[in-house]
Structure formats: C-alpha cells, structure tokens
Design a protein around this ligand. Structure first.
Ligand code: ADP
Length: 633
C-alpha cells in the first residue's frame, strides 16, 4: 500500500495557519479538546455495543490513556472508542463541516479568541488545536467491529496536506500521537498533565489514566528503594447531575457548564433537581449568560444531553424542551427510558413528554423567580434571550400567560434603557383606560418621534414600545392580558375619547371624499384621525393586518402578502388641512387640492420610514411649493 497524500480544504489551512501563528496563550486546552473527542468516541462505542453485540468486542473497559514518551518527545492520547474508517477519517480530519467556520476565521483573526480560547471548542475545530503544541500529528484509528488489519494511519505536519495509509491496530479506537514542539515539552511532565486534566476534564465520565512511576521502599530490603509503575486515574469522573446539590460547589457547576456548552462565561442560573414519582429523572439545566453565536443557525442543536443509566443516548435531545427554550443547556438522565431509543420514538414517547412538561415548567418558574428576586440579573438574561423566550407565546398556547408575565419592554414612561412589565403597565392604567397600547418599531427613538404617539403624549397615556421583529405577531397571539385588549398605536381606528371626531368627519366629509377619489388606488379610506396632534397626516394599517415592520420582514423572506388595506388619516386641527378645507369651499375643482392629496400621501410614507412613490417628482413639487412660500423677513 502506498501512502496517499491529500490536500486540506482551504478553510482547514486557514484555521491551521491561524492556530499556529496567532494563538500564544492557553495552548493547554488542546488536551481538553482531544480528551473530549475521545470521550465522545467512547460514548458512541458504548451506545453501539448495547444494540450490536458484534461490536461489543472484548474490550469494554472504557478508558482514555495519556502516554507521554520523553525520549521520543511524543504525547499519545489513546481511546478504545468507536474509531474511524478511512472515509470517516478523510471527512473528519481533512475538512470542516461547520456553518460557523467563516465566522470562526473572522474571530480568530480578531483578538477575541486569544483572550477567550474556549471559543475554539465552540466551533468544533477542536482536533486542529493539536497543532498549537505539535509539529506533527499522527492518528492511528480502527473502527469498532473492523478487523485489526483494517486500521488507518493519518499524519500531517500542517503543511497544507496530510497522508493516509492502511495499517494494523490491535485494539479498536483511536491513538492521537503528538510530536510536541520544543516549547510544548512541558506536556510530557506528569504534574503538568495532572493539572490540565483536573482543570478541564475532571468530570469526563471515563477514566483518564496514565502510568505513574514512584520510588517506593523495597519490601525485600528496607534500606533500598525501587521504582514502581502503576496506572492512575487522573480525573474524579463525577456524573455531577446525579450527585446531591449540597455536594457540588458553584465552581464545579460552572466548570461542568463550560464543558457541555463550550461557552466561555459562567451560566446565569443553574437548575438542578431530581423528580420522583411516576416518572423519575435527574436534570441539571443551565441558563447561559450569553447568547451563543449560532443560536439562529439552522444546525443549532437544541435540548439537553440524554442519559439512560449513565450511558449517553444522545448529546442533544430536542424532544425534551420546547423550541422557545432552546437556549437552555444541560443533562437529563432517566432510568424510565429504554436504552435503544431513536429520535423518532422519542418524539412520541410518553415519558419524554412528561419530562418535557416538567422541565418546561421548571425553567419558566425559575425565570419567574429570578425576575422577582433579582430584577437586574433577569434583565441581563432577558436582553440575551427575551427575543427567543417570547416565541413561546406563539408556540405554547397553554403557557402563553405565564410567558407573558416574563416579558420586559420599554414604555413611554420608562427611562430609556429601563423596562417595565405587562403587570406593571396594567397596574398603572387609569380606571377608564380600556386597552393596553403598544407601538412596534425598530427602536425607541424612532417610535417616540413618530406621529402615531402624538395623541398619547398629549393625553399622558402610556404606550409600550416593542422593538423585536416578531412583536406584532406575539401580541396578536396573546390577544389580551388580564382581560385587557391590546391595541396597536399604528393600526386601526383610534379613539381616546373626548374628540369630536364624528362632527369633524361630517365637516370635512367632502374634502375627505375628494382625497379618497384622488388616492383610490393607494388607500382604502381617508378619515379624521384620533391619534394626530402635530402632524398633518399618517398612514394606518387595518387592525388585523401585519404591521409595516412585519410586512417588510415577510417581503425580505420572499413571502408574498396580500396588499393591506391602508387608511390615510388626517389631522383636522392642522393649519394645512384647514387651509385645504377653505380652498375646497372656494373651488372644489382646484388642481392644487389634488396635487396636495398626493403630496400628503407621500409625506405619510416618509413618516413611517418608507420612500415617497417617486422621489424626483416629490422633490420637485416640494421645491416649487417652497419657492412659492419663500420670502424675506
Ligand atoms: P468536533 O469534535 O467538534 O466535531 P473536532 O475537530 O474535534 O470537532 O473533531 C472532528 C471529528 O473527528 C469528530 O466529530 C469525530 O467525528 C472525529 N474524531 C475526532 N477525534 C476522534 C476520536 N478520538 N475518535 C473518533 N473520532 C474522532
């Protein structure tokens, strides 16, 4: 057999290059990455051997061995896990199958990763971190179930290519052999390896072992000492989620969180409990402190790791948590599930559904408690995950009120940057206020400056300011809160009382008709406004139409929408409208009136952040009007 040389994919080269040349500190995390890969490989072998007796082989003494060889200058990380076939090795160790790679490269180029090396693991390029400490990396691997003669040897010096060859390997699994760089020889020392394992891999389920030589008194001759070599386990291997709360320090909780989430900061909250009763399980869940960079990606993995009798069945069980709690990380273990469950079966499984319900309630209760006990911490959490949490109002009808109680938003009475809740809003509502008013927009300043809030300002009515893209759908889904209807400041007819709208509607009736005729292809109606105080006009959507922000979002996604029936509202108190009324009385066929109707429509478009229909025409008309009005003194 000849060795085959293969080129790395371009992105691998780029990453290797950056790994080798840009990362100076914290090189030791390479060991965490390789041990974690070894542990994953054993998880898979262990799981397979439960259902496939042929794969079990004799070697089920699962372990990860560290083998430093001072003479050769190599460190070997050996596992007896699932191993790789030739094709798998080509795929796993020659390419990067990750949608986040581009971002990762950007990140590596920035300095951020140097200060936060844990980011490396987050992007699933862990294996390549070996090249931070090794000039040459050799991988000898044999797939569980394959003959000893069907092993593969992979080797690279990170020079743009790697070689692949057939070889023999006695046991199943993988050896990763690092030929250490001159400045990384410290990873041959027992105490250094102990320290790094303890720091990063203490909770790895399988023993991480190393042969340790000690000088001990010779039992045969007390005067003499002899060398004794023993295999020692370096990690404490605690299945932390099965332990009692009292036996776990905050630090251990945090370290375990970092291990499972690849997050580099501490979690915001730990939820650890054991459910007893008809369905028994242990859950250790975490609310992260920061939004993962990939949470909106298609391949973002949802759900806690699932263990059955200490065997990991899957690393992410999406059937265990609703989609709107996809930020929650953790581990669930239950003895009430069969070992050989598939994802499909899980979706239908009664026990899984009971657990899911229980976890959902626990997470929502925890959030409610956090909000009550530590508003500041909750606001921080909400800033990261509120946008995702509120999807629950849409997806989880049963719990929509519980979730509504968790919403935070700014309002016209809060300081900029400060938030309020629906409950607080309702509490502040005067007895005669019928609806909860809200405005959607991309930011607070824009919403506040818009003409839609004029009447609210004048009457001192509080309006909630909602700035998430999905808010309009969420509020429509909620419908009401504590028996109070929601009403959008930018949609539907508005009547805050005491306006003489009907009289005005009559007085202006003919002018309105004329404008309506002039704009008949553009709006469904022209009416007297209940919301304007300073501006002359504004455009309003129907009560049940999408708000303009949502409509734009759908359009951007290429989803055609039925044309909304928009309404042009006019302000009868505005000098311009009054002037038009007088002009109408004097000459109802005036060409100027018609031109003004069109200009007012364009102006309303501008006010909602849109463009006039024909910018050139609009500017010309405006200039000629200004020319007519311009005068000195
Ligand atoms: P990740 O572990 O995040 O997928 P890595 O770059 O660390 O990224 O590893 C890439 C892939 O290589 C793994 O997904 C796995 O398929 C394979 N691999 C790495 N180490 C081992 C190992 N010790 N045993 C079996 N497969 C491995």
């Amino acid at each position: 057999m000849t060795a085959n040389t293969h080129e790395f994919k371009a992105e691998v080269n780029k990453i290797l290059d950056l790994m080798i040349h840009s990362l100076y500190s914290n090189k030791e995390i390479f060991l965490r990455e390789l041990i974690s890969n070894a542990s994953d490989a054993i998880d898979k072998a262990r799981y397979e051997s439960l259902t496939n007796a042929a794969l079990a082989e004799a070697d089920a003494d699962w372990k990860i061995e560290l083998i430093p060889n001072v003479e050769a200058g190599t460190l070997t990380i050996r596992d007896n896990g699932i191993g790789m076939t030739r094709d798998e090795a080509v795929e796993a160790l020659g390419t990067i199958a990750h949608s986040g790679t581009k971002e990762f490269i950007k990140l590596l180029e920035s300095r951020e990763v140097e200060n936060n090396p844990e980011l490396i693991g987050q992007f699933g390029v862990g294996f390549y971190s070996s090249f931070m400490v090794a000039d040459k990396v050799t991988v000898i691997t044999r797939k569980a179930g394959a003959d000893a003669s069907h092993a593969v040897i992979w080797e690279s010096t990170a020079d743009g290519s790697y070689t692949l060859d057939d070889t023999e390997k006695a046991g199943k699994g993988t050896d990763v052999i690092l030929t250490l760089k001159e400045d990384a020889k410290n990873f041959l020392e027992e105490w250094e390896l102990r320290r790094v394992v303890k720091q990063y891999s203490d909770f790895i389920e399988y023993p991480v072992v190393m042969e340790v030589t000690r000088s001990v008194p010779d039992p045969e001759d007390e005067e003499k000492r002899i060398d004794e070599t023993k295999e020692e386990t370096l990690n404490s291997r605690k299945a932390i989620w099965l332990k009692s709360k009292d036996d776990i320090s905050q630090e251990e909780y945090n370290e375990f969180y970092k291990h499972i989430s690849h997050d580099f900061s501490d979690p915001a909250e730990v939820i650890h409990y054991r459910a007893e009763g008809s369905t028994e399980f242990s859950a250790l869940l975490y609310l992260p402190g920061k939004r993962p960079h990939d949470i909106f990606y298609q391949d973002y993995k949802i759900g806690p790791a699932l263990y059955v009798r200490r065997v990991q069945i899957m690393d992410h069980c999406e059937a265990m948590l609703p989609i709107y709690l996809r930020f929650v990380k953790g581990v669930v273990e239950s003895a009430d599930l069969p070992l050989n469950v598939s994802r499909e079966i899980l979706q239908e499984n009664k026990t899984v559904n009971v657990i899911k319900k229980n976890l959902t309630k626990k997470v929502l209760d925890t959030l409610a408690k956090m909000k009550k006990d530590d508003g500041e911490a909750y606001a921080k959490f909400y800033a990261e995950f509120g946008r995702i949490l509120k999807e629950g109002i849409h997806h989880d009808y049963e719990r929509r009120e519980a979730i509504a109680d968790l919403l935070l938003m700014e309002s016209t009475t809060t300081e900029a940057g400060q938030t309020t809740t629906l409950a607080e809003y309702v509490e502040r509502m005067p007895a005669d206020q019928e609806a909860i008013y809200y405005i959607t927009g991309s930011d607070r300043a824009g919403a506040e400056a818009s003409p839609y809030l004029e009447v609210f300002k004048e009457k001192g009515v509080e309006v909630l300011i909602m700035t998430d893209d999905i808010d309009d759908i969420i509020i429509s889904g909620l419908g009401q809160y504590k028996e109070k209807e929601f009403k959008s400041a930018i949609k539907g007819d508005l009547d805050l009382g005491e306006t003489n709208k009907e009289e005005q509607q009559k007085a202006y009736g003919d002018l309105l008709e004329l404008m309506k005729e002039e704009l008949k292809d553009l709006v469904a109606e022209v009416r007297i406004s209940g919301r304007l105080k300073d501006s002359a006009v504004c455009l309003v959507s129907g009560e049940h139409d999408l708000d303009p922000q949502m409509a734009k979002m759908f359009a951007a996604m290429g989803q055609p929408l039925p044309k909304a029936q928009r309404v042009l509202e006019i302000n009868p108190d505005h000098a311009l409208i009054q002037g038009m009324k007088q002009l109408f009385a004097a000459d109802k066929d005036s060409a100027q009136l018609k031109e003004y109707a069109g200009l007012l429509y364009d102006q309303a478009l501008l006010l909602e952040g849109d463009k006039p229909r024909d910018a050139v025409k609009f500017a010309k008309a405006l200039s000629s009007l200004m020319a007519a009005g311009v005068r000195v003194g």
